[in-house]
Design a binder for this molecule. Structure first.
Ligand code: ASP
Length: 580
């Protein structure tokens, strides 16, 4: 027996008069006492079944017992719907199946939520993910994800990139997160790390002569979960030998374009815009600015050096942005709260009314020159200040900028702003460890000409790292790498890693680099972030089939779970007693 002759979503006028079988889930059932209507759903869409007791008394009896999400098989005749019953919102809405035989193939217990219910609690959705995935939104998102990954693969294959699988369990790769560790039964007391990225393997593949590598690689990072972060995620990971930075950019821009086209959308204009890190920070206070709106930052550090207002004169950096309207006291108070959440001490402001008069508790402390320097071109505006260390000012004003962009409706949602941010600093100062650490990863190339700064002024050295940003989301990072083992050692030293430590942790890399390493560089694009944005979702959980909840657990399976003593003993592991 064939389960079905066509899919539900394929039913149409051309089949009128034919006897066909359909199989799928009962999405809704309307029991009119006599006639029963069932919307039957499968992967292709919905079709209406009509069960008429006069035509099929046995089927009608069965139909009365059908509940939502039962699996059914129905056989009958395709018929045109009466004019008043045509549903123009449904692709199959002109026809229905007049059922002769109905079979309940499989039953469903009472549902924890209805699939067409809005705003179902996310905990419940994740606990019953298999039901949640039947919903239209999730069906659409996972299909979109598959379309995008397929398009990227085709593009990369066509461009001569070789898909190479690299280990998921190996030696730790520093990407700024903690490692998930895997014990090894054959060597108790030793652990593999789940790879934070295939970084060192892809560099090795360049030394091995592959020229162009890519992989849709799963990466594992133990860090707090957020809207754009899961413990495991996929990257379009790629590496190129003898590259210019533009070669890398072209591969990424091509992948993005191919994805848009595969979805039938207009691709963003190329080449993508570029800003140096320095410019992005000074104009937007962020290394991932949303360029769909203005509200740029301006500097007032110099002009306020001698200010009577001590908050300004005593701050290492004073920056401001001009909101093109007079904000109310309540709005200003809530912005101040936001500033505090982001580590600011407050949020000084000046409101310039339509007459150009200033309203502000701090106005009396500012000189005419200071006021004139920040006076908006058009009156009826509010100037918001950040005054603190440069890092804090940037963080606070960038958060305020993003907030206002959304709240004041300044964001043009129809725009797609892709941006390359380049020339990142090579190092960052790690307050906790009181040492320099990498800002991208330790294998990132130094900007030509900045090599001497590695020792003399690490904070001033720039790198050959770049990020790709889309509408304020960081899609991924990459760099031209270090291919000279001596430079690589100097970078380790600058980060306080002794030659001995470097040998122990990265000895294999240093050896690889000593064996004829070509110049190389690459990138990794976060697939889930990219897909989430393409799907119009704000959380990557919405495009992941079985994501972890914010707590880090997997509600469907109940993982992570304790492990039996004997198993742990075999691995040489003893678990310390846990609080609670
Ligand atoms: N391995 C880097 C990352 O995962 C990407 C790269 O530098 O290619 O962010």
């Amino acid at each position: 027996m064939k389960w079905r002759d066509v899919k539900a979503g394929e039913l149409g006028k051309k089949q009128i008069g034919r006897r066909l079988a359909l199989a799928g889930w009962a999405a809704t059932r309307r029991d009119h006492g006599g006639l029963v209507f069932i919307d039957l759903r499968d992967e292709s869409g919905l079709a209406q079944l009509v069960i008429n007791p006069e035509r099929a008394p046995e089927a009608a009896k069965i139909a009365h017992g059908v509940r939502n999400e039962f699996v059914l098989r129905a056989e009958g005749e395709v018929a045109a719907r009466a004019a008043e019953a045509v549903n123009p919102n449904l692709p199959t809405g002109e026809v229905e199946l007049q059922v002769d035989e109905l079979e309940i193939v499989s039953r469903s217990e009472a549902l924890p939520f209805q699939l067409d219910e809005e705003n179902v609690d996310e905990g419940l959705r994740l606990r019953y993910r298999y039901l949640d995935l039947r919903r239209e939104q999730m069906q659409r998102n996972l299909r979109l994800s598959a379309t995008v990954v397929g398009a990227i693969r085709r593009f990369m294959d066509d461009e001569g990139f070789i898909d190479v699988w690299t280990p998921n369990m190996s030696k730790a790769t520093p990407e700024g997160a903690r490692d998930f560790l895997v014990p090894v039964r054959l060597q108790p007391g030793r652990f593999f790390a789940l790879m934070q990225s295939p970084q060192l393997f892809k560099q090795t593949l360049m030394v091995s002569g592959f020229g162009r590598y890519y992989q849709i690689a799963t990466c594992f990072r133990d860090e707090d979960l957020r809207a754009d972060r899961q413990f495991e995620f996929r990257q379009l990971d790629l590496e190129i030998s003898f590259p210019t930075r533009d070669d890398v950019f072209e591969a990424l821009e091509g992948s993005v374009t191919a994805s848009f086209e595969a979805l039938g959308r207009e691709a963003p204009a190329r080449p993508f815009r570029r800003l140096t890190w320095q410019e992005a920070m000074s104009r937007y206070g962020s290394d991932k600015p949303d360029l769909r709106f203005g509200l740029e930052l301006h500097d007032a550090t110099e002009v306020t050096r001698g200010s009577e207002f001590k908050v300004f004169s005593g701050a290492a950096s004073v920056q401001y942005l001009t909101v093109p309207q007079e904000l109310s006291r309540a709005e200003l108070a809530s912005l101040e709260e936001l500033a505090k959440e982001w580590g600011g001490k407050g949020l000084a402001y000046l409101v310039f009314d339509e007459q150009g008069e200033v309203r502000s508790p701090i106005a009396k402390f500012l000189s005419e020159e200071e006021l004139e320097a920040v006076r908006p071109e058009t009156p009826g505006a509010t100037v918001l200040f950040g005054a603190d260390s440069p890092g804090t000012v940037a963080r606070v004003l960038s958060a305020v900028r993003n907030h206002l962009g959304r709240e004041l409706g300044l964001i043009d949602e129809s725009r797609n702003e892709f941006l390359w941010v380049t020339d990142f600093p090579l190092f960052e100062w790690d307050e906790d460890g009181q040492r320099w650490t990498f800002s991208h990863h330790p294998f990132t190339g130094v900007r030509p000409g900045d090599e001497d700064l590695i020792e003399s002024d690490p904070g001033a050295a720039l790198s050959q790292a770049y990020d790709l940003v889309w509408n304020g989301w960081e899609l991924g990072s990459g760099s031209i790498r270090i291919h000279d083992p001596e430079v690589q050692k100097r970078i380790f030293r600058a980060m306080g890693i002794s030659d001995e430590d470097a040998e122990e942790r990265f000895g294999f890399l240093l050896e690889v680099l000593r064996m004829g390493a070509p110049p190389h560089g690459g990138f990794a694009l976060g697939i889930e972030r990219f897909v989430a944005l393409l799907a119009g979702e704000r959380n990557i959980r919405e495009v992941v089939a079985f994501p972890k909840a914010a707590s880090g657990s997997e509600p469907l399976t109940g993982a992570p779970t304790p492990i039996a003593q004997e198993v742990l003993a075999e691995l040489g592991i003893q678990v310390l007693p846990q609080k609670d």
